[in-house]
Design a protein around this ligand. Structure first.
Ligand code: C2E
Ligand code: MG
Ligand code: MG
Ligand code: MG
Length: 290
């Protein structure tokens, strides 16, 4: 097509738009196929109890092993999956994979797996029943899961989110606010919601040993969480200096490349076995944490 004017003259035909929607259509059908063809992968990243050094949990992070594009990171398809509603299916798939590993992980001392929820999941009134059905199938326990929700997912429809979160909490799921500090969160909601954990966004943590402003934000968030009786986790721990600072600030848990990247399940289990066999002496102070 040559560019052509539409009726009112305001819209100009833009071939890029058609190309984009055609690409999106094919992406959606590829995503649907990805589930059937077992192209999605569960990756796990350890969460460490900073004061003792032990592995206390793991975050489940999706990857797409695409037949021609290689390993596709979530940021390249999660936003799209959210737009199209496919995310609901993806969330249940991730939850199911994690539920299937619960016993094997518990044996290694990994007592809780965190699974990310999206806005769409929170709007699904049947989410708690759907998760329960998966638990039953795998004889897994709700208490072995933490569900991570971003502030913006909550603020999208706070009343509905509150009701979903209450029903999840009643069933024993732990709840975490992910990427804390990046959304426009309302402390009033934070106080009211049945949340157990705050996860400080990695943008504040990654360079906190060099940036005094970041360090202050991390410190105040740790204090805020503790004053509210919540566990606080720092994501994006990339070096020993940051881990030492978090130890000093009494942060409860840490997650980041300094300990381990997200790993496929077998590599993750090997990593945990090695780590638990030789836990670092004084975690916050350890300079070489492998
Ligand atoms: P998130 O939930 O905040 O997950 C943490 C992200 O930080 C992960 O990126 C993880 O690999 C990365 N990360 C961990 N430690 C470090 C570190 O030390 N340095 C740096 N630079 N990054 C670190 P990933 O796996 O690429 O996932 C990105 C985002 O995609 C996640 O952010 C989450 O919002 C979304 N996502 C991933 N998997 C799922 C899923 O199964 N469901 C949903 N709804 N969202 C998911
Ligand atoms: Mg998360
Ligand atoms: Mg996060
Ligand atoms: Mg994040």
């Amino acid at each position: 097509y040559a560019a052509k004017r539409r009726t009112a003259g305001a819209q100009v035909y833009d071939p890029a738009v058609d190309t984009a929607s055609a690409l999106n259509l094919s992406l959606l059908s590829e995503l649907r196929r990805a589930v059937d063809n077992h192209e999605l992968r569960l990756y796990l990243q350890p969460k460490i109890a900073i004061q003792t050094g032990s592995v206390c949990g793991a975050e489940a992070l999706v990857r797409w092993q695409h037949p021609t594009r290689g390993l596709v990171p979530p940021m390249q398809f999660i936003p799209f999956a959210e737009q199209t509603g496919f995310i609901r299916q993806l969330t249940l798939w991730m939850f199911e994979q994690a539920a299937a590993q619960q016993v094997a992980l518990a044996v290694l001392g990994v007592r809780r797996v965190s699974v990310n929820l999206s806005t769409r999941d929170l709007l699904d009134l049947e989410l708690p029943e759907k998760l329960d059905a998966i638990l039953r199938r795998h004889r897994a326990l709700a208490d072995g899961f933490c569900l991570e929700i971003t502030e913006s997912a909550i603020m999208d429809d706070p009343q509905r989110a509150e009701s979903t979160l209450n029903r999840l909490a009643e069933r024993g799921y732990k709840l975490s606010i992910d990427d804390f500090g990046t959304g426009y969160s309302s402390l009033a909601y934070l106080k009211k919601l049945p949340v157990n954990e705050l996860k400080i966004d990695k943008s504040f943590v990654m360079a906190m040993e060099k940036d005094a402003g970041d360090a202050k934000i991390v410190r105040s968030t740790i204090d805020l969480a503790h004053n509210l009786g919540l566990t606080v986790v720092a994501e994006g721990v990339e070096n020993a200096a940051v881990l030492a600072l978090l130890h000093e600030l009494q942060c409860d848990e840490g997650q980041g490349y300094h300990m381990s990247k997200p790993l496929p399940i077998d590599d993750f289990c090997d990593w945990v076995a090695r780590w638990q066999a030789r836990p670092p002496a004084a975690p916050g102070l350890a300079t070489e944490l492998r």
